[in-house]
Ligand binder design. Sequence first.
Ligand SMILES: C[S@@+](CC[C@H](N)C(=O)[O-])C[C@H]1O[C@@H](n2cnc3c(N)ncnc32)[C@H](O)[C@@H]1O
Ligand code: SF4
Length: 458
Amino acid sequence: MKGRMPHDIQQNKQDSGDHALPVVEESKATEAGNYFVSNYPPFSLWTPGHVSTLMDRLQTPDDRERTTGLYVHIPFCRKRCHFCYFRVYTDKSRNEVSEYLDAVTDEAAWLGDTPYVRGKKLRFVYFGGGTPSFLSESQLDDLFTALRERFDWSEVEEVAFECEPGTLTPRKLKKLKSLGVTRLSLGIENFSDEILEHNNRAHRTQQVQAAYDGARDAGFEHINIDLIAGMMGETDANWRHCIERTLEYEPDAITVYQMEIPYNTTIYKQMRESGKTIAPVADWDTKRRWVAEAFTAFEDAGYHIGSAYTAVKDAQRVKFIYRDELWAGADMLALGVSSFGHVGGVHYQNQHDIVPYMSAVAAGDPPVYRALPVGDEELFLRQWMLQLKLGRVNRSDFVERYGIDPFTRFAELLGTYADAGYLTMDGDDLVFTREGLLRVDRLLHAFFPEELKGVRYA
Ligand SMILES: C[S@@+](CC[C@H](N)C(=O)[O-])C[C@H]1O[C@@H](n2cnc3c(N)ncnc32)[C@H](O)[C@@H]1O
Ligand code: SF4
């Protein structure tokens, strides 16, 4: 069946005649804005008015079998990278960090004791940031102990933890291992000190070696390296060097992001001040070519491309439960400033600034800022789009779960993408070609309903 189009897609292709859809409208240069699709519906539709629906949901016991995870946001960094768009603080003292962690612990006590959450067993826990590895060993000890007391960790299979290499010491790595971290992710980003400095990264390559050796010594099951294709100052030769250096480490997984410049970055601020509309980073064709070169080199070294952004060394052994479960629609409890979560059909986000977040917790109020209840239609679309990022989706999964056949629903668009060389069919599976995978986030926007196309994403 490989390469054959299902009947409904073929039919539509014939019907579409010469009014074919534009495939992807994009500027070649990197302009400011978000195109990365991390959730659906877009965050700008989530409102404070819907928070009461979340509260009602949390007050109702839930007897449905669901996979549940926990996300904990640690919003501190040593420096703010010029390209970063996350909620981070670089000016907090050790005491202020501890006060924040106390607030997260209090929030955990409230959330863990709601009728909806009580008794649920977590399957995965993810510490993201910011820089979770910014925390000291004693802060890590206290935080993990508190979270283990407030949620049932007895069936946790994965504890993922993001690190900035310059914050790691052999002792801290051993501590993380003893606390149960299984997946350690290192934000290496680049192997040129000049480029790291130019982009205001806090770490340097010498610290990468120490961090990686310490992580291997500590014995983590799964070490991931993050790279960004298209940092300011990147060149063909240096990118090749980054690929080679990454492979020398033989990490279990490698994640490569294409640089985007959202509006809340320092780079965008500088662009606006100088009246520029084009970001001082490589254009999209170049960034895609760099990722393609990296993927080919990783495949030649025996890695498997497991999504639009990741290569894994041993796909049977190395799993990423957080990503797979999140993209399959699992519940995720969110703790900390600006965290995103999802419980029983309600998306929500916490207060996105540390002051209102801390005040809400201190007053004994839930620190939730906005929410959005969603139905099967939205859940279907969300799962469809997020799973397309894996590069392969199965039709029957959607028919069984939602009673919706995505191949029929999107026949015309899928036909257009197939004609453009972005996807092929393999039996009941839709498979992205490498060209499709390299621009998957752009292709996803066309699946949004008409009224949401072009809605500001954040
Ligand atoms: C929260 S950070 C990881 C942990 C730690 N803060 C660090 O940077 O080392 C998540 C990842 O997002 C990626 N990232 C950040 N800003 C980006 C941007 N503007 N475009 C593409 N990727 C970006 C980086 O690869 C970074 O490692
Ligand atoms: S270290 Fe990570 S979270 Fe912190 S500013 Fe840099 S990219 Fe953002």
